[in-house]
Design a protein around this ligand. Structure first.
Ligand SMILES: Cc1ncc(COP(=O)(O)O)c(C=O)c1O
Length: 407
């Protein structure tokens, strides 16, 4: 059921104790100590946090380039004031689009996957010009599409998925109606890291003329390099003729600072559908630091394809150690074999939540959830992790499983 995929009870916004605006300033040291004091509440060291899709230091050149561009900004309407920054942003988009198989890509740097996916839904709606627009997507698609649907007045029709989160493609035609403005799929989805059948979606898009957007939040910065390294990767990008837009996140597997995403269209003409005469910008967020464009440009240019291949080879080595560790531990098993860096652990005999709590007590961050009623621990392994992290995690997992067995 769709509600399994990250839906929950309505949340109350948690707030700390009241803090009035200070009358007098504090000296720098005291302020920094207070910042450190608050950060000490965060339970995990960065290197031990496998629970979130993006933690860890960006590539060191990112901070250097950000310093060089520290006082710049980029935003459509002020492009004439910062043409150099604008160029860095657009060249970074073009590098990423070309990696993803587009010959003349266009688009923009966003604050991340949520904004990129929202941009796609808005663009598809504006291109589609239907009175009650609908999108068709697997129920595993990221919640940002639900946010976009809410904000942009679009209805979602969900493609059901099986126990291993593969969409039932025989349902897609039935879900398409005269109101459909877009098909959406993921490369891969973020729960188990399962690649949607993008090729099949592309065929439907070609046959029906519908807009197809691919969420490659994770995949964009790893699948092209895995392909280079000889892994068999099904087509998932602009090489498929039906794909009209893609997104990928630099802050997941790209070694870019947090809040760097890319929204990329195959054809710049599509962006004409956006009412920029009213809004002055193509994007959903406005002024952004030029530092993110410079950092993105610098890391892509510095690492290049061969640098990223090395990064990917190393992170897949870390994944292999974790995967083999899980397979060795009595009572634990993988939910599905990991394709990329998302690893899921479950058990037919142990209380998985107790294993998760054991990891937490030992300082290792993961997430605990349910997929298809099956409890699982999810890890997202970042390129900044090494063998020592993987081995440390496996030891903690082994001990936590022993605790859960009551041993
Ligand atoms: C598949 C997928 N798409 C989009 C997003 C949203 O990315 P962000 O958190 O950068 O907004 C995520 C986040 O993990 C994701 O897994």
């Amino acid at each position: 059921m769709a509600q399994e995929f990250e839906k929950g009870a309505r949340m109350v916004l948690a707030m700390p104790a009241a803090m009035p605006f200070p009358e007098r300033g504090l000296p720098e040291d005291a302020v920094l100590d207070a910042v450190r004091d608050r950060l000490a509440d965060d339970p995990y060291e960065t290197a031990k946090n496998f629970g979130i899709s993006y933690v860890g230091p960006p590539h060191p050149i990112a901070a250097k380039a950000a310093r060089v561009a520290a006082e710049t900004v980029f935003v459509d309407w002020a492009r004439d004031m910062f043409p150099g920054t604008y160029r860095l942003e657009k060249e970074a988009v073009r590098m990423m689009g070309s990696l993803l198989g587009a010959s003349a890509p266009a688009g923009f740097i966003t604050t991340g996957g949520t904004e990129s996916n929202m941009s796609a839904v808005r663009l598809a709606r504006d291109l589609g010009r239907k009175s009650d627009p609908e999108i068709v997507m697997p129920e595993t698609a990221h919640f940002s599409f639900r946010l976009a649907a809410e904000l942009f007045g679009v209805r979602i029709r969900y493609v059901p998925v099986d126990d291993e989160l593969r969409p039932d493609m025989s349902e897609v035609d039935r879900l398409i109606t005269p109101s459909t403005v877009a098909l959406i799929c993921s490369a891969p989805e973020g729960h188990l890291g399962v690649l949607d059948p993008v090729e099949e979606f592309s065929r439907v898009a070609e046959r029906t003329g519908l807009y197809l957007h691919v969420d490659a939040a994770f995949g964009g910065f790893i699948l092209p390099f895995m392909r280079d390294l000889g892994y068999e990767i099904p087509p998932f990008d602009f090489r498929l003729p039906g794909v009209r837009s893609m997104m990928t996140d630099g802050h997941k597997l790209g070694m870019l600072p947090v809040a760097t995403g890319f929204f990329i269209v195959r054809d710049v003409a599509d962006l004409q559908a956006l009412p920029t005469e009213e809004t002055l910008i193509h994007t959903l967020s406005s002024t952004k630091p030029g530092a993110s464009a410079a950092a993105a440009w610098a890391v892509l240019r510095h690492l290049g394809r061969d640098g990223y291949r090395r990064v990917v080879r190393d992170v897949l080595d870390v994944v292999r150690i974790v995967r083999q560790g899980v397979e060795r531990i009595d009572g634990l098993r993988l939910v599905v074999p990991p394709l990329i860096t998302v690893v899921n652990v479950t058990s037919d005999t142990l209380d998985v939540e107790r294993v998760y709590q054991g990891l937490r007590r030992r300082g290792w961050g993961t997430t605990f959830g349910q997929v298809r009623g099956r409890p699982h621990i999810r890890l997202s392994i970042h390129p900044h992790r090494d063998r020592a992290h993987a081995e440390g995690f496996v030891r903690a997992l082994e001990e936590s499983a022993r605790d859960a067995r009551g041993g």
